[in-house]
Design a protein around this ligand. Structure first.
Ligand code: NAD
Length: 267
């Protein structure tokens, strides 16, 4: 059965290493990396101009090295306009169009790569999974997951196929691939019969499967890939829970640390 890709353990180690670096930085220059996470919520009275003014303040504040805008924003806000307002050298979730553009162009590195996509690919690196020359399918083409994942894999010389909601016969396509990154947001969409022996599976999907209110526990979730079936065929598969999810946070901390090191010229 498949080797389990344990994102929780990888993220824990990575957070430990980040902590040591932050402490070293504090000792040496008395500064720690600063991250601002902007949570807008869904209030009707949350106004776009107010949020934009905040972003301008954070852009100019030397204590802030990273700005993250929690998505999705309320529907009445112009998401593209707000993401564009973040200065690209503090855009720790890599969603500014210039950072996406730099990622796509391949001749220069972006300032930052989006955290969930970066964390997904980092798992392949840590587990020594060959990417170069392999066929990789990305299920989903969203700006925040599918697109950057596909660009990252392309940078590493994989042969890319991207599926989306209008793709016909996804099963036939997925069956030809070596690496499957699923970010469709559909519980149990990828079945064991879609997978061939030896495939590597990174399951990004975290999908609510029960909308009935429950008093004490969190809503149950399902993953894009049917784990019980897939683990019998694949050579490696992300742990659920504890796969890509924990990596997102550690990549955010890592991007913020890199930003602070760059600005402060701290090695
Ligand atoms: P999204 O809804 O914006 O995009 C989903 C994409 O999947 C779209 O491009 C759509 O065309 C495609 N899709 C939908 N149904 C499909 C189908 N039947 N066949 C092929 N493609 C299909 O979602 P998103 O924001 O990209 O997130 C995707 C999933 O990843 C969700 O489950 C989300 O909860 C999860 N997610 C996890 C993390 C994490 O930290 N692990 C972070 C972000 C998102």
């Amino acid at each position: 059965s498949a080797k389990v890709i344990d994102g929780k353990a990888v993220a824990k180690q990575s957070k430990y290493e980040i902590k040591i670096e932050v402490l070293n930085m504090k000792d040496a220059i008395g500064v720690v990396p600063g991250l601002d996470v902007i949570l807008v919520g869904d209030k009707k009275d949350s106004t776009e101009e107010y949020l934009l003014n905040h972003i301008v303040d954070y852009n100019e504040n030397p204590k802030v090295h990273g700005i993250l805008i929690q998505l999705p924003l309320p529907r009445h806000m112009d998401e593209a306009r707000i993401l564009n307002a973040v200065t690209i050298d503090k855009d720790v979730d890599g969603l500014h169009p210039l950072n996406i553009g730099l990622l796509a162009k391949r001749d220069r590195d972006p300032f930052f790569v989006s955290c969930t996509p970066k964390g997904s690919i980092e798992l392949l690196h840590i587990y020594d999974i060959t990417i170069k020359g392999k066929r990789a399918v990305i299920i989903g083409r969203s700006n925040i997951v599918g697109l950057p994942v596909s660009l990252l894999l392309q940078r590493e010389d994989a042969i890319i196929t991207i599926l989306h909601s209008r793709t016909e016969n996804p099963e036939e396509i997925v069956r030809q691939e070596d690496i499957i990154v699923s970010a469709a947001g559909k519980a149990n969409m990828v079945r064991g019969s879609w997978i061939k022996s030896g495939d590597v599976i990174i399951d990004v999907g975290i999908n609510p499967i029960d909308v009935r209110p429950r008093k004490s526990s969190r809503l149950p979730v399902g993953w894009d890939v049917c784990y019980d079936e897939a683990c019998k065929v694949a050579s490696a598969i992300t742990l659920v829970p504890g796969g890509v999810g924990p990596m997102t946070i550690s990549m955010l901390l890592s991007n913020t640390l890199s930003s602070a090191k760059r600005v402060l010229k701290f090695e």
